[in-house]
Design a protein around this ligand. Sequence first.
Ligand code: NAI
Ligand code: MG
Length: 490
Amino acid sequence: MSMHPFLTGSPHGLLIGGKRVPARDGQTLSSHNPATGEHLADFARGGVADIDDAVAAARSAFETGPWPAFTPSDRQALLMRLADLVERDAEQFALLDTIDMGSPIRHTRGSVAMLVDLLRYYAGMARGIEGVTANPSAADMFACTVKEPVGVCGAIIPWNGPLWASILKLGPVLATGCTLVLKPAEDASLAPLLLGQLALEAGVPPGVFNIVTGLGAEAGAALAAHPGVDKLAFTGSDATGRAIMAAAAGTLKRVSLELGGKSPNIVFADADLDKAAQMAVVAAFANSGQVCSAGTRLFVERGVAEDFARAVASHASALKLGNGIDPEVDLGPLVSARQLARVSDYMAEARAEGAGAVCGGARLEDDAFANGFFFPPTVLSGATDTMRAVREEIFGPILAVLPFDDEDEVVTRANATPFGLGAGLWTGNVGRAHRMAKRLRAGSVWVNCYNAIDPAVPSGGVKASGQGREYGKAHLEEHLETKSLWIATD
Ligand code: NAI
Ligand code: MG
């Protein structure tokens, strides 16, 4: 796949002030295909000085030049043009994410289509930003609120959905009139860079969208601590989220965090068990488990638990693993050798603690898998709530089946985690659905579905899964300040 047109531009520069530039110190990083080990391209390893340049460009674009004069109508039109260009180049984007981070082309094609729709949603939202006429009790006072863009935004994103995360950060920035410095993940920087090219083509003014590729500890840490950044959005691990919040504290910038989880997926015996079993597989193994809201703790009512685990294992074993460039492939490799080692370690520890694998359980190394980072979908049996593989986010295709006896018990166990991103619930009893949904501590509860997502519906976490919301009106609010305007009328 080294014939992808974008790869010919290697080494890829940073995008700062509308220009593609090398890192100031000239250093680069490399991108590899995790299915084959093949070298794809080199790209700039930005550092502190490059972040300074990018933040300065973003500040200047926020305050001067054409951008502050863009009306809501102008911003909407710009977002519509960008959506059209992403749609035009959809196949290029899908291929690029597939070869850069391994996600199957079936999956990345579907993602691009949803992202075009997401951009069009933000285009509409650009016209719907409004304050309120307030109602003070003083007789001679008029008061209203005005919404203003928060300013220069920083965004640090992970590798599990590179185009997805880039568009999710850029959309509300353009809708509200903010500017952005994006730090892609070092394991998957190519699609964000291609998006940067399309943004220029769409007419995004120089400095409104800047991209500094590089390492977390260098470019990422510099962006989080930068005094010129008004708001920082981070998606990734809870450990890095803590470091980012600490780095941001020095400048008191606004911070939003989406930090993954260990989401419960709860199946009662009164559910449509065939559908629940099929969806439990998607919930846990889509994108090879590299999904923040993966349903990795599968609680099943005890009477049906054994049969249900077998059904899940049989659906999981039917999934086709391989190089995601093959349109028949359901599951690609893990993103990196490091991620493969991490997943393998969790598996080894689960075995040492007494769990077994109903299916999967070890890295695939034969023939077609030899040069990639392939780990098959794995269903653990004999797992308990206290095992590390059942408590911590693995970010790989490992699912624990955990039998339960009643509602109170399963609510307590489902909530006994530092995380709270999503929760799945399968039942044919509408009263139970409402009772349970109320008691589950999670940002999203999915009843008889899992991982439903829509531009208009907010998504985010409680507890250690983060703060702030993305998608929906709530996402726009993260990018807006409320100014109160008082006028004495006497
Ligand atoms: P990470 O959270 O360290 O990396 C995410 C982003 O943060 C990358 O762009 C990285 O360069 C940046 N970063 C890293 N350290 C930083 C720092 N000190 N300051 C500023 N930015 C920094 O995640 P990583 O190392 O790629 O994966 C490790 C584990 O994290 C995974 O196994 C998974 O459990 C979890 N993870 C969760 C994600 C989610 O969406 N919930 C996404 C990616 C990883
Ligand atoms: Mg790669």
